[in-house]
Design a protein around this ligand. Structure first.
Ligand SMILES: Nc1nc2c(ncn2[C@@H]2O[C@H](COP(=O)(O)OP(=O)(O)OP(=O)(O)O)[C@@H](O)[C@H]2O)c(=O)[nH]1
Ligand SMILES: [Mg+2]
Length: 451
């Protein structure tokens, strides 16, 4: 195991050719290590904190490796909270490699993935949910996911979880105090008061749990399967949405054989569209395989567009099959080719034309509404988008139910306090008040080196 006391270094920018590359160094040894290889008007240890300096980096043989800019951050005013240095070099991997090699001669080691952020957490610069937001920010690909991650980094979720946790700490310490004074028969908290406190906290936790479907959609996007009989216009619809002819379209049924996957961002939400092979009874083995894959796409989908050609019959059989695979709240029935006729034989959720684009905006609205679900969301709403947080909240909520039950059946304070403490622990895990090595390793190993 590496020590948290070590001074660490890593390339912080993307490995590759660029205008500049940034090498990070953090730990108590940072200034002295860099001073060994960097020559400028003064030593870094004598510099004003949080300033930038021009100079040259030398190797042990006195050759210049590069002209660089060095940013000096003095503890605690740095990303990690430690003394840190960022060296901006010319964007060459060769130079970066040589500089890191020199640094390693002065008691500096290569950082593990996420170690800079882990230190920021350890040093109390950010809590655990905020550290997780850092990785979400890096990974976000749509406006909405970025906003969600920002909201978490700003501590909106942490603040909420923390205040709920404190309410529980408060309640459980009153219960425990009472246990301490059991002989004196003093009552510090009335049972019905305790019960209503638990209700209040549980209600708030359950509200957070409900935001998860929204948070997950924002963060991970929505999988949408386009299914229907052959030739109804699934690929045409995909192409229209993507504004390019991605999938082959033809008047021959059975054109699409494999699942085609494309991404599109609609009003900041990432939709992953899966165009599938038309579903029918088929003797053609390749097409049969395609149909099997369509089935799989349906199973993995958050939303299913059942597409019909409105000049034909409604695909009642297919609709029933789909309802066995997915709940009907996830299915949108789409009548396509509305340009051909005004006579529609079924009450579709939405009517479109993949040829003219008619109705497509209404389809988008439906897709958004069904995947996001919640509309009263503001910048200040705490949103859960992380499965770890979701599971911890569930556990907290379950323990509060147990706590209420313990009160109801007249169990002694010991039991009530165990339930409350378990709920507290679960909430504490979200923000990192309670952690295990497993939790930390799991989180930080998902980061890249240098972050
Ligand atoms: N008039 C009209 N024709 C359409 C529309 N959408 C698709 N078509 C035509 O319908 C035929 C089939 O379209 P595709 O997009 O290949 O249908 P598909 O559902 O992907 O078919 P398979 O891949 O074979 O399952 C093509 O000739 C399209 O030009 C529409 O909205 N209006
Ligand atoms: Mg097709």
């Amino acid at each position: 195991m590496f020590s948290n006391e070590d001074t660490i270094t890593a390339l912080a920018t993307a490995p590759g050719i660029g205008a500049i590359s940034v090498i990070r160094v953090s730990g108590s040894n940072s200034f002295s290590a860099v001073d060994n290889i960097f020559r400028s008007s003064k030593k870094l240890s004598d510099c004003e904190p949080n300033t930038i300096h021009y100079g040259k980096i030398y190797n042990g043989k006195n050759d210049v490796l590069d002209d660089v800019l060095v940013s000096v951050f003095q503890s605690p005013n740095s990303y990690t909270g430690e003394d840190s240095v960022e060296i901006s070099t010319h964007g060459s991997q060769l130079i970066v490699g040589k500089i890191i090699e020199e640094l390693m001669k002065y008691d500096v080691r290569i950082a593990e993935p996420g170690e800079f952020t882990k230190r920021a957490f350890m040093n109390g610069k950010i809590d655990l949910a905020q550290a997780e937001a850092v990785i979400d920010i890096i990974n976000s690909r749509t406006d909405a996911s970025l906003r969600g991650a920002r909201n978490q980094l700003d501590g909106i979720l942490s603040g909420k979880v923390n205040s709920l946790r404190e309410m529980l700490v408060n309640a459980s310490s009153l219960v425990e105090l009472e246990l301490d004074f059991a002989e004196e028969d003093i009552e510090f908290i009335q049972l019905d008061e305790l019960s209503s406190k638990i209700d209040t906290v549980k209600e708030e936790i359950d509200k957070l749990i409900l935001t998860y479907s929204f948070g997950r959609v924002i963060k991970d996007g929505v999988n949408v399967a386009l299914v229907g009989k052959p030739n109804v216009g699934k690929s045409s619809l995909l192409n229209y949405i993507l504004k390019e002819s991605r999938a082959i379209v033809s008047e021959i049924p059975g054109t699409t054989r494999d699942v085609i996957r494309e991404e599109v961002s609609i009003d900041g939400i990432l939709f992953r569209l899966f165009d599938t092979a038309g579903i029918r009874i088929t003797e053609d083995t390749i097409e049969k395989e395609g149909v099997l894959r369509s089935r799989k796409a349906v199973q993995d989908a958050d939303l299913i567009l059942l597409i019909d050609d409105i000049t034909e019959e409604f695909s009642a059989n297919l609709f029933n099959d789909l309802k066995n695979l997915a709940s009907s709240e996830r299915i949108i029935t789409v009548g396509n080719k509305i340009d051909l006729t005004k006579k529609v034989n079924y009450n579709y959720d939405v009517l479109v034309s993949a040829l003219t684009g008619e109705g497509i905006n209404i389809l988008f609205e439906k897709m958004k509404l069904m995947s996001v679900g919640m509309s009263n969301y503001t910048e200040q709403t705490a949103i859960v988008s992380n499965i770890r947080h979701y599971n911890a909240l569930k556990r907290a909520s379950e323990n509060l139910i147990k706590g209420k039950e313990s009160i109801r059946v007249g169990m002694s304070g010991e039991f009530i306090s165990v339930d409350l403490r378990n709920a507290e622990t679960a909430l504490g895990e979200i923000i990192g008040k309670v952690t295990t090595d497993d939790i930390l390793n799991n989180i930080f190993s998902k980061f890249c080196i240098g972050k």
